[in-house]
Design a protein around this ligand. Structure first.
Ligand code: ZN
Length: 341
């Protein structure tokens, strides 16, 4: 039994030994595998972390150059450079970091692409100008009209007063004439006096007729000016209706975009708006995403940002998320969120 047992034992032992050996081997192997996984993980996450940190510390300064500017934009290359330096300052002044630098061969290229979007804006501008011209002309016509009416009223008052005086004198004259007629005629001396009075009355009547004629001419002039004013008002009102119909509706279109180190500007109303468009695209060039808050530079729509472009709290938070110093945990979270995308 023992003998039997021994080899059995021995085998058993061996077996146990083998198992142990195998077990040890297996254990060793699994240790190595785990170590390898851990190593890969460390390399991946560590590499990712360093990659992110390297990215997090924005590739600053990012060099940019001016690409093509369509001549239909009323802007020179120097003006674009100035606009870019203003857009740069929006980020640099707020963060105290040198993030962008102009270089003739700068990797980030800024192009101005003219299409129906800027055309729409230009048409809107000239339409507005036309409306303003009509409005101003209309105002001038209104002033002329008011002046003419004032002149008419003064003349009309004078005419009324003079007419009343004339009629009183005429009535007195007629009474006198009637009186002498009923007496069979005026004595020669009185007759001569009456003749003089009649002459004076005739002259006065002529003057009144002339005044009346002037008033009629003035009325015609006032009516003509009034008609012109009405026509201008109709034209203006029709223009405003048309303008509101065409441009009053809220319309959304891309003012600029950033893809693969290229900033394209499609439309801008004025230099203040251009600064916001460029600052927004520079944000994208730093890998920043859109943020909430209508006043944010990185808000997806333009319109409610302040005239003097400044970063909002959301903009600063987004900048810090991408370009600020990230903790290891934040970096991992960010990397994992990017893998999920
Ligand atoms: Zn955007």
């Amino acid at each position: 039994m023992w003998f039997l047992g021994r080899p059995v034992m021995g085998r058993l032992l061996m077996c146990v030994h083998e198992i142990c050996k195998f077990g040890i081997l297996a254990f060793t192997f699994s240790m190595r595998k785990s170590f390898l996984i851990a190593l890969i993980a460390v390399l991946m996450f560590g590499g990712g972390y360093f990659y992110l940190v390297a990215q997090a510390i924005c590739p600053a300064p990012l060099t940019y150059s001016i690409g093509t500017i369509d001549s239909r934009f009323a802007i020179t290359s120097d003006e674009v450079k100035l606009a870019m330096s203003k857009a740069e300052s929006v980020w640099e002044d707020a963060t105290g970091r040198n993030l962008f630098t102009y270089a003739e061969d700068g990797a980030l290229v800024v192009n101005f692409v003219y299409d129906e979007r800027q055309d729409f804006l230009n048409t809107e501008g000239s339409f507005e100008e036309q409306l303003n011209t009509v409005e101003n002309t209309s105002k001038q016509v209104q002033t002329t009209y008011d002046e003419l009416v004032a002149k008419y009223n003064t003349l009309k008052n004078s005419y009324t007063t003079q007419t009343q005086a004339y009629e009183a004198k005429l009535s007195a004259y007629n009474t006198e004439v009637e009186k002498y007629n009923s007496q069979g005629g005026a004595p020669a001396k009185e007759y001569a006096k009456l003749e003089l009075k009649k002459k004076a009355l005739d002259t006065e009547q002529k003057s009144l007729n002339s005044l009346s004629s002037s008033l009629n001419t003035l009325v015609k002039e006032i009516n003509a000016v009034g008609e012109k004013g009405n026509l201008l008002t109709t034209t203006y009102n029709q223009g405003v209706t048309q303008y509101n119909k065409t441009y009053g509706e809220p319309h959304e279109f891309t003012q600029g975009d950033y893809t693969n180190k290229i900033i394209q500007v499609y439309t801008f109303k004025d230099s203040a708006e251009l600064t916001v468009v460029l600052a927004h695209e520079l944000g994208h060039a730093l890998s920043l995403d859109h943020v909430e808050g209508k006043e944010s530079i990185m808000y997806y729509l333009i319109g409610d940002q302040s005239q003097v472009a400044v970063l909002s709290t959301e903009d600063s938070a987004e900048f810090n998320r991408i370009c600020g110093d990230l903790s290891l945990l934040d970096a991992l979270k960010l990397m994992l969120s990017r893998f999920e995308e």
